[in-house]
Design a protein around this ligand. Structure first.
Ligand code: UGA
Length: 437
C-alpha cells in the first residue's frame, strides 16, 4: 500500500519506518529540512534503539521530503505531528490543523486519513467534517509507544484502537487500516473499534492513569520519608496484588518527557472547557506531587551538605528516561539546573542526553556552572556528591568502590531508587534514596 506519514518526530518517523517494515511504500513528510535530510540518509535524527537499523533495512521503500505534495500518491495518510503544551496548559493544535489543511489539497476520493497525534477530545469530529468534501474518510488511531521501545511498541503493540465515524465510512476505514496492519493483526493483537471521542479519550486516559500510578507511589514515598518506611518494599508488596501490579510503581524524581506531563495538563484544560473540570481535579494533585519530586533532591543534598553554594555535584542522567536522548521536561535536567542556580558547580553526565542539553543550558545562561559530558566516570572526579537522576543500565552497573575513589565526598542520592543500596554503603557511601530512609 502507498502510505504518507505527516510529521517525522519520535512518533511519525518510527511509524513511517515501521510501515515500510510491514511492506508498504512510505513517504515521510516534515517541515524540518534537517530532520528530513537525516532520515533520507537513513540516519536517525534522535536516539531510539533499533531505529537506525530499521531505516537502513527499509530504505528502498522509504522516502522523506518536506513537500506535502508527495502525499498525493498515497491512499493512507497518517497524521503524527506534535501537540505541545500551550501557555495555558491546553494542547497546542497549530501543527495538527496545518497538517490537515496542507493535506486537504492532495486528498482523493477513497483515501483514508488516520490521526495518530494526542488531541483534545472532539478534535476528530471537527477534522472529519473538514476532510469529508474531498471524498476521503478520517479515523483516529492513537499510539501508545514508549520512547526507548518505540520500534518494538509500533510493530508489536499491546492493542490497536480505531476511532471511526458511524456507518459505512467507519466500516471502510476499518477495512483499510486492517489491511495496513494485517501483519500485526495476524499476530493476535487485540483490535478495538469505537467512536471518535472514545478513541481520543483512551489515549489521554491511559497516560493519565500511568501518571497517577507514578504520583501515587511518590506520595507514598513522601509518607515513607517521615515514617522510616521503605517505599520500594511497599511497592513490591502491593504490586503482588495483580489488581494493582508492580509496573509503574517506581518512586523517585517523577515523570517527565514530551507526553505524560503535558497530556494530563491538556486533559484537565479540555475537561474544564467541557464544564466537567471537577472530574479531573485529582490530576492537578498528580501534577503537584510530581513537581514536588524535583525539589526533593535539593532538600536531601542540603540536609546532608548544608549550603550548596560552592559544592561540586555530579548528576548522572540528563534524558527524561534511559535509552532516549529526549530532554523535554526532563526531571534530571531540571534538577541539575536548580542545583546550579543554588550556586553549586554541576556536571551532568548522560550517554545520549548530554548533547541536546547543551543548547538548552546555554539558553538558560547556566553554562558557567553546569557542564555536560557523555562520560559519567570522568564526571565524578573530585565531586562532593553524586545524584542518580536517570536509571541508565550503565549507571546501575557501576562499581561503587571505583566511584568512591574518584570522588572527594561520599554522598550518593539515588533519585531513581535504582542502585544496590547495600553495595554503595559497603563502599563507604552515605546512601540516600527516595522514600527509603
Ligand atoms: C508515555 C506512555 O508510557 C506511552 O504509552 C505513550 O504512548 C507515550 O507516553 C506517549 O503519549 O506518546 P514515554 O513518555 O515514552 O511514554 O515514557 P514512560 O515510559 O511512560 O515514562 C514517563 C516518565 O515516567 C519517565 O520520566 C519515567 O522515568 C517516569 N516513570 C516511569 C517513573 O517515574 N516511575 C515509573 O515507575 C515509571
Amino acid at each position: 500500500m502507498k502510505i504518507s506519514v505527516i510529521g517525522c518526530g519520535y512518533l511519525g518517523a518510527v511509524h513511517a519506518a515501521s510501515m515500510a517494515e510491514l511492506g508498504h511504500e512510505v513517504v515521510g513528510i516534515d517541515v524540518n529540512p534537517h530532520r528530513i535530510d537525516s532520515l533520507q540518509r537513513s540516519i536517525a535524527p534522535f536516539h531510539e534503539p533499533g531505529f537506525d537499523a530499521l531505516l537502513l533495512k527499509n530504505s528502498s521503500r522509504l522516502t522523506f521530503t518536506t513537500e506535502m505534495s508527495a502525499a498525493a500518491d498515497a491512499t493512507v495518510h497518517f497524521v503524527a505531528v506534535g501537540t505541545p503544551q500551550s501557555a495555558d496548559g491546553s494542547a497546542d493544535m497549530t501543527y495538527v490543523n496545518s497538517a490537515i489543511e496542507g493535506l486537504l489539497l492532495y486528498l482523493s476520493d477513497g483515501d483514508l486519513v488516520v490521526g495518530k497525534s494526542t488531541v483534545p477530545v472532539g478534535t476528530a469530529e471537527r477534522l472529519s467534517e473538514q476532510v469529508q468534501p474531498t471524498g476521503a474518510v478520517l479515523m483516529w488511531n492513537p499510539e501508545f509507544l514508549r520512547e526507548g521501545f518505540a520500534v518494538e511498541d509500533t510493530l508489536s503493540p499491546d492493542r490497536l484502537v480505531y476511532g471511526v465515524p458511524a456507518g459505512d465510512d467507519g466500516d471502510s476505514a476499518t477495512a483499510i487500516l486492517d489491511e495496513v496492519y494485517s501483519e500485526i493483526i495476524a499476530k493476535g493483537t487485540p483490535r478495538l473499534v469505537m467512536n471518535f471521542a472514545t478513541a481520543e479519550l483512551v489515549k489521554v486516559a491511559a497516560n493519565s492513569f500511568l501518571a497517577t500510578k507514578i504520583s501515587f507511589i511518590n506520595a507514598m514515598a513522601e509518607i515513607a520519608d517521615v515514617t522510616g518506611a521503605n517505599v520500594t518494599q511497599l511497592a513490591d508488596a502491593i504490586g503482588y496484588d495483580t489488581r494493582i501490579g508492580r509496573r509503574f510503581l517506581n518512586a523517585g524524581i517523577g515523570f517527565g518527557g514530551g507526553c505524560l506531563p503535558k497530556d494530563i495538563r491538556g486533559f484537565v484544560a479540555r475537561a474544564e472547557e467541557l464544564g466537567v473540570g471537577d472530574a479531573l481535579s485529582f490530576l492537578k494533585d498528580v501534577d503537584d506531587i510530581n513537581v514536588r519530586r524535583r525539589t526533593r533532591v535539593a532538600e536531601i543534598l542540603t540536609e546532608e551538605l548544608g549550603n550548596l553554594a560552592g559544592k561540586t555535584i555530579v548528576v548522572w542522567g540528563i534524558s527524561f528516561k534511559p535509552d532516549s536522548d529526549d530532554i523535554r521536561d526532563s526531571p534530571a535536567l531540571d534538577i541539575a539546573e536548580s542545583l546550579a542556580r543554588a550556586g553549586a558547580t554541576v556536571v551532568s553526565a548522560d550517554p545520549e542526553g548530554w548533547k541536546p542539553a547543551q543548547a538548552r543550558i546555554e539558553q538558560s545562561g547556566l553554562s558557567d556552572s553546569l557542564t555536560t559530558t557523555a562520560d559519567h566516570r570522568v564526571a565524578v572526579a573530585g565531586a562532593d556528591a553524586l545524584v542518580v537522576a536517570t536509571e541508565w543500565k550503565v549507571f546501575q552497573g557501576e562499581n561503587a568502590e571505583t566511584i568512591g575513589e574518584l570522588m572527594s565526598g561520599n554522598l550518593v542520592v539515588d533519585g531513581r531508587n535504582c542502585l544496590d543500596a547495600e553495595s554503595w554503603k559497603a563502599a563507604g557511601f552515605r546512601y540516600r534514596g527516595m522514600g527509603r530512609a
